[in-house]
Design a protein around this ligand. Structure first.
Ligand code: PBG
Length: 325
């Protein structure tokens, strides 16, 4: 008695496996998130994200050019301001760190890459929340929308091709679209963080941006227990004018990514977040995982689940590995 079906036949040689491989990852699909710190004179390492730094204006320029030369598809910028206040004034100040960095990179790179900017107040507020606070201390949704609109306009004026609203306020995509259009920035696109969870995997990011947050973001980011809600959030963002939608984090939310990819008429992004980076790097540092194999497998998994675009701190390494076969 022999088995009738032998799936192993297609796995016998590297050439056979290559022929029938379903999922590819290309450097152009990868976006590198980058941090720039106001007033910095030296790049500062982020201890929980080995290999990632808070850039100076200068080192950011150099690293951005290197990333583009390596073939990555885009850059996502986060600012670390020197001063913070209750309303996050630095976010809308044309001379605020993020807007200055956008102008630097637009001048350096023109349209050679896709410049993206985080549109959220948490890096800029002294309380660390993603929006402004009402007198009772809760995050004031509608007052925050006005700030997001002004922030997005400042970013578009500074050269962002895509603006990434990540604050999970209700109506943020519609409000930002309206503000951009009213200011004449009809061509600036929106990468909507549609399904963003209140995730423990954002831990190292808080160090990366010197976050002032005490408490959590559970009144605006989604409950990790909920999948259905992600589809509703995505539908709302699409109706309000999202040009791309994103699911975040990455590997812990592959089911959500798959569901969003199945219903979305626009490209879908996935964000492999700081904690995912930290976990794999820590295991690699202990000699427990192979860096290249693990990173490429995780990127392949995100693509297989439906991501067209992946934000990953490994974008440059991965682009080089992929280019070298
Ligand atoms: C909000 C924002 C966060 C991340 C991206 N945008 C932090 C948060 O929501 O707490 C996290 C990214 C990561 O962990 O890599 N500005």
């Amino acid at each position: 008695m022999f088995p009738t079906h032998r799936p192993r036949r297609l796995r016998r040689t590297p050439a056979l496996r290559r022929l029938v491989s379903e999922t590819t990852v290309a450097p152009r699909q990868l976006v590198l998130p980058m941090f720039v710190r106001e007033g910095a004179t030296e790049p500062a390492p982020i201890s929980s994200m080995p290999g990632v730094v808070q850039h100076t204006r200068d080192s950011l320029r150099k690293a951005a050019v290197e990333a583009v030369d390596a073939g990555v598809g885009g850059l996502m910028l986060f600012g670390v301001p020197a001063h913070r206040d209750a309303v996050g004034s630095g976010a809308t100040d044309p001379d605020g760190v993020l807007n200055v960095a956008l102008r630097d990179l637009r001048e350096e790179l023109g349209d050679a890459t896709v410049l993206m900017s985080d549109c959220c107040l948490d890096e800029f507020t002294d309380h660390g929340h993603c929006g402004v606070l009402a007198p009772d201390g809760t995050v004031d949704n509608d007052a925050t929308l006005a700030r997001y609109g002004d922030m997005a306009v400042a970013q578009a004026e500074s050269g962002a091709h895509l603006i990434g609203p990540s604050g999970m306020m209700d109506g943020q995509i519609g409000a930002i679209r309206e503000a951009l259009d009213a200011a004449g920035h009809t061509g600036a696109g929106l990468l909507a963080y549609s399904a963003k969870y209140a995730s423990a995997f954002f831990g190292p990011f808080r160090e990366a941006v010197d976050s002032q947050l005490k408490g959590d973001r559970r009144t605006y980011q989604q409950d990790p227990a909920n999948a259905r809600e992600a589809l509703r959030e995505t539908e709302l963002d699409l109706a309000e004018g999202a040009d791309l939608v994103m699911v975040k984090p990455g590997l812990p939310y592959l089911d959500v990514l798959r569901a969003v990819a199945e219903m979305s008429p626009v490209p879908v992004a996935s964000y492999q977040v700081s904690g995912e980076y930290a976990m794999i790097e820590a295991a690699v540092a202990n000699g427990w995982l192979d860096r290249r194999l693990t990173v490429l497998e995780s990127l392949t998994s995100l693509r297989r689940a439906g991501a067209d675009v992946i934000l990953t701190y490994w974008a440059v390494d991965a682009a080089r590995w992929l280019a070298s076969g």
